[in-house]
Design a protein around this ligand. Structure first.
Ligand SMILES: [Fe+2]
Ligand SMILES: [Fe+2]
Length: 335
């Protein structure tokens, strides 16, 4: 699911000794020429740091993002819905794995990245700290949260770091299925009984603003966007992506005959954009700081899963060691 500018420290300021200007110039020329940067290529320390943080936050978001929806797998209203939701949640797990692998190519081990999540040091998308109260929330998440993720992620298919860009190509294909299955749930509910319609409306009311927050703080407060844009880690600013999402999503909501919980939402004919009201950034900061409705529950669930999976990791390591020993013995016998 997502990447976003989670906080204002989007790109760490260049710390430590200054980069060799010649190498930096060569690197920047390659990026400007749309060359992909690969794991063994020279890169500025700040580029490595920013990407490690961004890709690992993205991976954590995929993994934590499995939790709110996983909550509904056993309660899906039909076998078809259950199969689709199960597939979607598994896809998110897969996205997390590709992304941890991509982050590892920058030199930080997966263990370390996972530790950062479990210790509460690393961030993940604030949206997953909201609860899924009804089945309609599964529709709203697919439609809005995966929809917002797609807006963020399509440009990442062209990001300057090769392994990240390649992982995003497959992820985006799967995200578009996620968005469609969510919208289809909303459509079914919106065309259903009064109670179903009310459930769909309530889900939109609760998920709309948090979805807009997924794009991160406004450009004016996102101090390091410039460097990320220059290094082509980011292709569009937070506000540009947010506007693109609103423009794409509002007509879809109107097609459902639902209303958006924003009295200031209106179409600006001249600009060709839907204008929206002020976002409550204090809520965003609170959720990010760990005070959202489900922050504690989500981290606890991850810690428990990690502890309960310890035997699997140990068994996999033991199996790999045995295979290595067997191969070495075979090689020796063959010599
Ligand atoms: Fe997704
Ligand atoms: Fe995903």
């Amino acid at each position: 699911m997502y990447t976003q500018a989670l906080n204002q420290k989007d790109v760490a300021p260049a710390a430590g000794p200054a980069e060799d200007p010649e190498r930096l110039a060569r690197f920047e020329a390659r990026v400007a020429a749309e060359d992909k940067i690969e794991p063994n290529d020279w890169m500025p320390a700040a580029y490595r740091r920013t990407l490690t943080r961004q890709i690992s936050q993205h991976a954590h978001s995929e993994i934590v993002g499995m939790l709110p929806e996983g909550n509904w797998i056993t309660r899906a209203p039909s076998l078809r819905r259950k199969a689709a939701l199960l597939a979607k949640v598994q896809d998110e797990g897969g996205h997390g794995l590709y992304l941890y692998a991509a982050a590892e190519t920058l030199g930080t081990s997966r263990e370390e990245l996972v530790d950062q999540l479990l210790s509460g040091k690393a961030k993940y998308s604030s949206i997953f700290n909201y609860p899924t109260l009804t089945w309609a929330d599964i529709g709203a998440i697919g439609w809005l949260v995966d929809g917002a993720a797609i807006m963020n992620q399509i440009p990442l298919c062209r990001t300057s770091y090769g392994p990240y860009a390649r992982a995003m190509v497959r992820i985006c294909k799967e995200e578009s299925f996620h968005q469609r299955q969510g919208y289809e749930i909303m459509l079914t509910l919106a065309r259903g009984t009064e109670a179903q319609k009310a459930m769909a409306q309530d889900a939109l009311d609760r998920w709309w603003w948090p979805s807009l927050m997924m794009f991160g703080p406004p450009d004016a407060e996102s101090a390091h966007t410039d460097q990320s844009m220059r290094w082509k880690i980011k292709r569009f600013t937070n506000d540009a992506l947010r506007q693109q999402f609103v423009d794409a999503t509002v007509p879809q909501g109107h097609f459902l005959q639902l209303s958006f919980p924003d009295p200031e939402l209106r179409y600006d004919e001249e600009a060709g954009h839907w204008r929206y009201g002020a976002i409550d950034w204090e809520e965003f900061r609170q959720v990010l700081a760990g005070n959202g409705p489900c922050n504690r529950e989500r981290l606890e669930a991850r810690r428990r899963a990690h502890a309960e999976g310890a035997w699997v990791r140990e068994a996999a390591l033991a199996h790999a060691a045995k295979r290595r020993a067997r191969r070495a013995a075979e090689r020796q016998a063959a010599e």
